[in-house]
Design a protein around this ligand. Structure first.
Ligand SMILES: Cc1ncc(COP(=O)(O)O)c(C=O)c1O
Length: 381
């Protein structure tokens, strides 16, 4: 099978760069290569391009350009958010959901932290959250949408609860702040990212999942929030992220975000239809197939199934032989032997986790691809 013949169903792991994005990035690798901190006119123009990228990103978040910090991906943005806050408040603790990406979980474990349970549909357990936030909690981190099962989390409800807790703290003269961070990596192609509407103080984005370049990301930091940097040096990105800016990459990310957010309603509708067909065809062909995660609160590109009694590693190889690329869990943890912490958190057994497949659609996915994939999956079962 040549590359162009693959049916690619792993868009949660990586997306191809949009051709328009490649085109607009081009000049910043070659004739417009200048360091944006240099003082001559061509470099000042590059600095303006960087600020144009920042303004584009800020627009979609309903933010000020000064609230946008460019990073090398979402792992870095998540680390900057968590380490950045927690190092400022060493007396504080943080809470995070049990289904966060490793780049939230691992830095959180370096500090005084607690995991919040999710319900069997993958949505946060609001009672558990309420219980686990105490007088010393300074940060709540809950992703906007999960990378494995596609569950969309109730950020508005969480923000409302945080608001109530902040009111109580004011009355009790507890001056410790309480910030809300969300990892919007998987949401940015499909959902509203307006930070104030969502009620978040910090938000991570990832260029590599929105048809932009890998190793580019954003941390939105609401003005007034003081973070400890991860990287010290020349003081770029308001001192929060030193290092010569990746102008090509950040301009690419901003352009990709523009395209994704402009087309998000249309693309979400298109994929929702495909998703419903996908699930319907699978269940008709093989009634014992189960769907993991909420159907209602779900990204439109995600289908995550259990094929009872099957071994997903073997299934993936057999699908690849048929030209179909999918995933067993999250790509980042695919190389280690442990079963997915996300499936465990929604109450799935190790056997069920080992029989699970993640199929994530994208711009190139058509109904023909879905029909072929269903045929392939059911011929294996
Ligand atoms: C929800 C989520 N957060 C963070 C990341 C980390 O992104 P990166 O590896 O590009 O830093 C990923 C990537 O898989 C993700 O899906």
């Amino acid at each position: 099978v040549t590359k162009t013949q693959y049916i690619y169903l792993d868009h949660a792991a990586a997306t191809p760069i949009d051709e328009e994005v490649v085109k607009v990035m081009g000049p910043y690798f070659t004739q417009d290569f200048y360091n944006p901190s240099a003082t001559y006119l061509p470099a000042i123009k590059i600095k303006q391009v960087l600020e144009e990228a920042r303004t584009k990103v800020a627009f979609w978040l309903g933010a000020k350009p000064s609230e946008i910090i460019f990073t090398a991906g979402a792992s870095e943005a998540n680390n900057l958010a968590i380490q950045g806050i927690m190092k400022r408040y060493p007396e504080g603790n943080l809470v995070y959901s049990a289904i966060e990406h490793e780049s939230v979980i691992e830095p959180s474990r370096q500090f005084n932290s607690k995991q919040i349970k999710v319900k069997s549909d993958g949505r946060i357990d609001m009672d558990d959250l309420k219980q686990k936030i105490d007088d010393k909690t300074v940060l709540v981190s809950v992703m906007q949408a999960n990378n494995e099962i596609g569950t969309v989390e109730p950020l508005h409800d969480i923000a409302r609860l945080i608001g109530q807790i902040k009111d109580l703290r004011r009355q009790a003269k507890n001056s410790l702040p309480l910030f809300f961070h969300t990892d919007a990596t998987q949401a940015a192609n499909y959902l509203d990212l307006h930070a104030n509407r969502l009620g978040v103080d910090l938000m991570s984005l990832n260029g590599g999942k929105i048809y932009g370049p890998k190793q580019t990301g954003v941390l939105y930091v609401k003005s007034g929030i003081d973070l400890e940097p991860l990287i010290y040096g020349g003081g770029q990105e308001r001192g929060l992220r030193s290092g010569t800016e990746n102008v090509a990459g950040f301009y690419g990310l901003a352009t990709a975000l523009d395209i994704a957010q402009t087309s998000r309603h249309e693309e979400s509708e298109r994929l929702s239809v495909l998703q419903a067909n996908f699930i319907d065809l699978l269940q008709k062909a093989s009634p014992d197939i189960q769907i993991n995660g909420s159907i209602k609160y779900r990204l439109p590109n995600n289908v995550h199934i259990i094929l009872p009694g099957k071994d997903n590693e073997r299934l993936l190889l057999e699908l690849e032989e048929k030209g179909i690329l999918a995933a067993a869990g999250s790509a980042c943890s695919a190389s280690n032997e442990e079963s997915s912490h996300v499936l465990k958190a929604i109450g799935k057994t190790d056997d069920e986790a080992r029989s699970s497949l993640r199929l994530t659609m994208g711009r190139a996915t058509s109904i023909e691809y879905i029909e072929k994939t269903v045929q392939a999956i059911t011929s294996l079962t």
